[in-house]
Design a protein around this ligand. Structure first.
Ligand code: ZN
Length: 132
């Protein structure tokens, strides 16, 4: 765990939001992907030292739809890059950090991901993110 991989931002519509990031902030749009397991559409934006993922729900059952209904658009999670997700989950658990996912699941971009429980992180939803 050494650097932030991406910041996930919940939005009602990627189509409406993306021009702000590309045309106004001048970041580079990379690609859009559907993550079936989370019922979410993800747009990847390269910000140089970090990425932003815009998260748009595809159904009311999506965790992002529930987040939007409760809190509205905004920062959903911060993802930390890891090269050893199983080792880091063990390390965090050993340091009394409660995990939402004690075993990794498949996330956007084919990454292995696991969420830390916000109760252990001052209310910030954090994700471990391991890419090949
Ligand atoms: Zn993420």
């Amino acid at each position: 765990m050494k650097q932030i991989d991406h910041i996930g931002i919940a939005v009602e519509s990627i189509a409406k939001t993306l021009p702000f990031y590309t045309d106004v902030l001048k970041f580079t749009y990379l690609k859009t992907e559907i993550v079936e397991s989370e019922k979410v559409k993800v747009a990847f934006i390269d910000c140089g030292n970090c990425k932003i993922e815009l998260l748009e729900p595809l159904s009311n059952e999506s965790p992002i739809a529930k987040f939007l209904a409760k809190k509205g658009e905004g920062i959903h999670h911060i993802a930390i890059k890891t090269a050893d997700i199983l080792g880091d989950i063990r390390f965090l658990t050993d340091h009394n950090v409660k995990m939402i996912n004690e075993t990794p699941k498949r996330g956007a971009g084919g990454a292995n991901i696991a969420f830390l429980h916000p109760k252990s992180t001052q209310g910030v939803l954090m994700e471990l993110c391991e890419k090949e």
